[in-house]
Design a protein around this ligand. Sequence first.
Ligand SMILES: Cc1cc2nc3c(=O)[nH]c(=O)nc-3n(C[C@H](O)[C@H](O)[C@H](O)COP(=O)(O)O)c2cc1C
Length: 239
Amino acid sequence: MKRIVVGITGASGTIYGLRLLEFLHQDPDVEVHLVITRWAKENLAVEATGYTERQVDALADVVYSEQNMGAAIASGSFLHDGMIIVPSSMKTIAAIATGLGDNLIARAADVTLKERRPLIIVPRETPFNQIHLENMLKLARMGVDIIPPIPAFYNRPKTVDDIVNHTVMKFLDHLGIESHLDQRWAGLAEAKQAARHESDLADQGEDGKRSETADHMPSGDTLGRTSAEQSLKEVSLHD
Ligand SMILES: Cc1cc2nc3c(=O)[nH]c(=O)nc-3n(C[C@H](O)[C@H](O)[C@H](O)COP(=O)(O)O)c2cc1C
């Protein structure tokens, strides 16, 4: 059983936190402790995620108010396997970098650092100013994994879902939780072959010929996804 603390803050990209929660929720060996800040709740509505606050809460085992400084996760004696803040605002990063502990996410992160447990931060702002960069560098030097949600394109994403899944797979890798939410790099030769195959299919489509069926495309099965992961992808967020 793994115990993961998840913080969602008021930066854009709520979907990354939601997709992670969806994945962790379908794993019976993971217990999720969740904090969502006031501004994250505003973003939940703004970004048309299709989720209500109550539906997000239902994806966690324990949900805490950001004001609850007496919560279990506020103490180092609460054992867990890692904390991830996704997405993380620059304000929350600043609070952690300066040890401010002004809400439960900043406090739980502070405790995670003092107990030398894994801490993953998914910063979302663009461009970064010098304060943002210096705060992140300071945290990185303390062993924090800084994983900005920067998309990869070598895996030829077709949808926003593909982009989100690939990035969430990275978070899971760093949490030590196995997943096959998207294709993994399998070498240049294979990548070039897949790209050529897709170009050929596109050319055939433009000529008005019958397109090849999905049987010939890299499918969920060839990606090694479990059926749970495939169904997760099918029902997952409405972006
Ligand atoms: C719609 C919206 C989008 C925002 N996006 C970002 C963002 O991408 N990055 C960021 O650092 N702050 C962003 N902010 C500002 C933060 O929400 C604000 O700094 C807030 O105080 C963060 O508090 P929290 O980290 O406790 O959630 C956004 C605010 C709003 C209303």
